[in-house]
Design a protein around this ligand. Structure first.
Ligand SMILES: C[S@@+](CC[C@H](N)C(=O)[O-])C[C@H]1O[C@@H](n2cnc3c(N)ncnc32)[C@H](O)[C@@H]1O
Length: 381
């Protein structure tokens, strides 16, 4: 179930974190198709080989002998990559792991692109990498047919050069682009800022900065809006976490409401963490205290150290619909809160978070509700 068979060997691959019950595969037909193409077409994998958007490390694990560079937005994806390299290659030696916010290599000879879910992220990353391509750079993209749209191909065409696609195999497709000399790319439109509406309390009218690919990068999410309208009013020095911070709008509002609070912004997306930092800096005075961390939930946060956790949990995790992440976030929050500390959660009414919170905290109180959303408060006893 978790062994990927390729021309260069068999690899045991897992996602991160590993779910004991929900064993989702750490690669798909798009990864297989790309690896098979590379082996059969005899593409020379020399010079700087970059795997952009490699999800759980299947590509760099299979291609480790070529010293590839992985560029990923996902902290979880890179933790999986490290584990997969360790298990199959004895470690990550020779493989370079970069985030989407790091400076990319100056020259790229082979660019492999696992098409991301977010077209915006693809646009931003191709803008960042295009200057490193040269006339002989081999560019091959891959994705499931459901992920490759006309707009995806137009991006490759506009930002790299002439583009064609392969036949579909097992519902996956390859994309071939030939770098054109200095195409008229225009400027990278990301990051993007927007002004918040006027009915959300302390953060009304403030600016939010969004790097490509973050949750609700072009307008405020209606659940987040509801949470901002009901944020707890608090005073005095305290440590507040914005868990799954996205663009950081929730934590920034908490800091605006209580200037004595110190904030911790956490997200598994590097684009999100960078957005949260930019949003916070754009709205708070220079000395305002905050930490910005790419991590899995509150892992690494000392037990009993937080006074308040604010959370709009994800309910789609890397394509799989699951409440597993929300549950893990609530468990993390309980461990990281001090006795008497509070977790405030906004969620779709139908998700039934009150049941999960009662199970974990022994209590959950409805703070506010509308036909679509509820805001729940759980106290660490
Ligand atoms: C529904 S969005 C909320 C974003 C922001 N707080 C808002 O309300 O606009 C959930 C966020 O959780 C992040 N996330 C998903 N899994 C995570 C994990 N294991 N650890 C930390 N953050 C995670 C996602 O990247 C996403 O930014």
């Amino acid at each position: 179930m978790n062994i990927l068979t390729t021309a260069t060997g068999d690899f045991t691959l897992t996602r991160f974190p590993e779910h004991p019950r929900e064993q989702l595969r750490a690669w798909d037909a798009a990864d297989e198709y790309l690896l098979r193409h590379l082996a059969e077409s005899g593409v020379e994998l020399s010079g700087t080989v970059v795997a952009l958007g490699d999800r759980w490390g299947a590509l760099v694990t299979a291609l480790a002998a070529h010293g590839p560079t992985q560029i990923s937005d996902s902290y979880l994806g890179q933790q999986a990559t490290l584990a997969n390299l360790g298990r199959n290659r004895g470690g990550a030696d020779g493989v370079t792991l970069l985030t989407t916010r790091d400076t990319p290599p100056a020259r790229i000879d082979v660019l492999l692109v696992r098409v991301p879910k977010s077209l915006a992220l693809l646009e931003d990353q191709l803008h960042r990498l295009a200057p490193a391509l040269h006339a002989d750079t081999v560019v091959v993209g891959t994705g499931m047919v459901t992920e490759i749209h006309t707009s995806t191909l137009q991006l490759f065409e506009r930002l790299i050069g002439p583009t064609k696609t392969s036949l579909a195999v097992k519902k996956a497709r390859l994309i071939f682009s030939t770098p054109a000399p200095g195409p008229a790319r225009g400027a990278d439109p990301w990051p993007l800022s927007y002004a918040l509406p006027g009915d959300i309390g302390v953060a009304s009218g403030r600016t939010v900065v969004n790097h490509a690919g973050v949750f609700c990068a072009e307008r405020l999410d209606i659940g987040t809006r509801f949470l901002l309208q009901h944020l707890p009013v608090r005073r005095g020095p305290e440590l507040v976490a914005d868990l799954g911070c996205g663009n950081g709008v929730v934590g920034t509002a908490a800091a605006l409401g209580n200037p004595e609070a110190e904030l911790l912004f956490v997200d598994e997306s590097h684009q999100a963490v960078a957005s949260a930092e930019a949003t916070f800096r754009a709205n708070l005075p220079a000395g305002a205290k905050a930490t910005f961390r790419a991590a899995d939930g509150l892992a690494g946060t000392p037990a009993g150290s937080l006074d308040l956790v604010l959370n709009n949990p994800p309910f789609h995790s890397h394509q799989a619909t699951t409440d597993a992440t929300a549950r893990r976030m609530f468990l993390d929050a309980r461990a990281a809160l001090r006795p008497g500390g509070e977790l405030w959660v906004v969620g779709n009414r139908h998700l039934g978070y009150h049941v999960t919170l009662r199970r974990i905290f022994g209590n959950a109180q409805l703070v506010a509700g509308n036909p679509k959303f509820v805001i729940l408060r759980a106290v660490k006893r």
